[in-house]
Design a protein around this ligand. Structure first.
Ligand SMILES: [Zn+2]
Length: 568
């Protein structure tokens, strides 16, 4: 008698091996049998016409705060994701005592667009050290599995307080940081992360704490993991320019760090229309690192990186003086203003004359408009038509095109502003690169700016079904086994007897992201973008059905995935 049998499905097991028909029997949270199963079970799912595959793994999220108020790990769970890694880019909520929580929230607020009110209202702070934070996450009800990095900005702020935001670490500071990092890795942190990018700023325009660290501080901290022989290092990299000595210097340091410390090094990478082949240097560095005895793997996205624009959230005109007052009004009053011909004329004119010395947008904040790279969001996957193309076809001003499209939906219309990864041939080439991992949703962060929790269903709908550029077997492997392997998530990412029963069942002809929407469902009523998907029949985590057709069953079988030094 099994706990659960998934019958008659087509199994794509995550290894890349060809699919086959069969049943999956689950007992005690693990896969007990695969094949023709004659026994019965307490619960049966008929997967006829569906694919049965390992749950997907997203190793680049920022759910550190969200896990306290959202057991399910939305929106990732709605796209087949059953395990996430949080604490990326130097941002974690520990180590940090409650009295200093505003300091770590400051690191997160602008850099990751997480509302401080939501964090204040939604988190019951019960920790100081990273080990205590892990215990707190361990106790929470969880729909999916979570692994956590320790973030450099939190660690630095914990040891140095306000000094973390403008001073170099003293020998004593560094010693304290090393001690806490060592304790955190021993307690089950999956690794250590940092940010050195100018995209990561505090609300008052200062660098987040990790950016103040010199490279020797980074080396010494990564060295702690090297000494322990455990942990992964993730970095939001330096802004070195796209070629020249600064880039060479940075990549050289990254490679030496990986080789000297033996710690796997990973980072996210995009292609860019401004420097189309820049990304190749990073992949070459990963190859060279491997040849020299280190490990380096590159996190890539499955499509363009788009900021979502709307009058309800952010628009490219928000920093223009003539627009500022109007954009502060309730949506209905903005609509009334835009329907007033005189007001509208002035706004369009101001948008076209926009000043060049506006405050620089960072991270995923809306940029000034380039209408070749803004698209009305009418469907979840490409092709899209740019505002510039529509304006040319209709002989209209592009600003008018955007206003008209928005007004037609009472300003509830979304547009996409593409920042990077414009060239889809490059996107595909990067996904297929042997040293890449398809994972970069940033789930839990940039909550009113981007919605990339759907990057996994985008692979299955766009690249597998519409473009036939990847087989389903290849795609599932990229989204399950490959991240499980790199992050050392033992017993996950493959359908194998004895492995944990993280399983998704989906219709390959229907799997598709839905259009994103805006909701106000965060603690304290804070807003966020939300996106679900079609085609998922069931999502099983540790042997229990957590979602049926993407609706929560009430089960919370998710686990804290502790790093290698704390595994039972
Ligand atoms: Zn990140």
């Amino acid at each position: 008698m099994y706990d659960l049998i998934i019958r008659n499905g087509t199994i794509v097991d995550g290894s890349g091996m060809p699919r086959y028909r069969g049943d999956v029997g689950i007992e005690g949270g693990k896969i007990a049998a695969i094949g023709k199963i004659r026994e019965s079970a307490r619960e049966t799912i008929d997967a006829d016409g569906h694919i049965v595959s390992p749950g997907l793994i997203d190793a680049h999220t920022h759910m550190d705060a969200q896990v306290f108020w959202d057991a399910l790990g939305t929106c990732s769970c709605w796209h087949g994701v059953t395990s996430v890694v949080m604490g990326n880019c130097g941002f974690s909520l520990a180590p940090c005592g409650e009295k200093d929580k505003l300091l770590v929230m400051r690191n997160l607020e602008r850099a990751e667009d997480i509302s401080p009110e939501a964090m204040q209202a939604g988190i019951k702070w019960s920790w100081t050290t990273f080990a205590q934070y892990l215990d707190a996450v361990d106790r929470l009800p969880k729909g999916i599995n979570y692994a956590a990095y320790m973030g450099h900005s939190a660690l630095r702020t914990y040891v140095m307080g306000e000094r973390a935001f403008d001073e170099e670490a003293t020998t004593e500071d560094l010693q304290l940081m090393r001690d806490e990092l060592r304790a955190g890795i021993r307690a089950g942190a999956i690794g250590f992360t940092t940010s050195r990018t100018t995209n990561h700023q505090t609300p008052d325009g200062r660098p987040v704490a990790s950016r103040i660290a010199n490279w020797d501080e980074v080396r010494q901290l990564v060295g702690v993991m090297g000494e322990l022989g455990a942990g992964i290092f993730e970095i939001a990299g330096e802004d070195t320019g796209v070629e020249g000595p600064r880039l060479d210097n940075y990549l050289g340091r990254l490679k030496s760090l990986a080789v000297e410390s033996s710690v796997p090094v990973t980072f996210g990478m995009f292609s860019s229309r401004r420097a189309p082949n820049y990304w190749r240097r990073y992949f070459e560095t990963a190859d060279e690192t491997a040849a020299a005895g280190g490990r380096m793997f590159v996190q890539v996205h499955s499509r363009s990186l788009n900021v979502l624009l709307s009058f309800e959230t952010n628009m490219p005109f928000d920093r223009i003086p003539a627009w500022r007052e109007i954009r502060k009004l309730p949506l209905a009053e903005q609509e009334a203003a835009l329907r007033n011909p005189e007001t509208r004329r002035k706004l369009v004119q101001a948008a076209n004359e926009r000043s060049r010395n506006e405050e620089r947008a960072v991270g995923a904040e809306a940029r000034g408009a380039n209408y070749n790279w803004i698209f009305p969001l009418d469907r979840p996957t490409p092709p899209y038509r740019s505002i510039a193309e529509i304006a040319a076809a209709e002989s209209k001003d592009p600003v008018d095109v955007m206003i008209d499209l928005a007004l037609a939906k009472n300003l509830k219309k979304f547009f996409m502003q593409t920042l990077v990864n414009e060239n889809q041939d490059h996107v595909l080439e990067m996904m297929k690169h042997p040293r890449s991992v398809v994972t970069f949703s940033d789930s839990g962060a940039h909550v009113s700016q981007i919605m990339d929790s759907s990057l996994q269903t985008h692979v299955l709908s766009h690249w597998v079904r519409e473009k036939e550029a990847l087989t389903l077997e290849q795609a599932i492997r990229l989204l399950s086994f490959v991240p499980a392997y790199h992050w050392g998530l033992k017993g996950r990412g493959l359908l194998r007897e004895g492995n944990f029963a993280d399983v998704i069942i989906f219709d390959p002809d229907r799997i598709n992201p839905q259009l994103p929407e805006l909701t106000y469902d965060l603690p304290a009523g804070a807003r966020r973008l939300k996106q679900k998907s079609d085609g998922l029949l069931a999502t099983v985590v540790n042997g229990q059905v957590v979602l049926r057709k993407n609706e929560h069953t009430g089960a919370v079988p998710g686990k804290l995935l502790r790093g290698p030094m704390a595994q039972a």
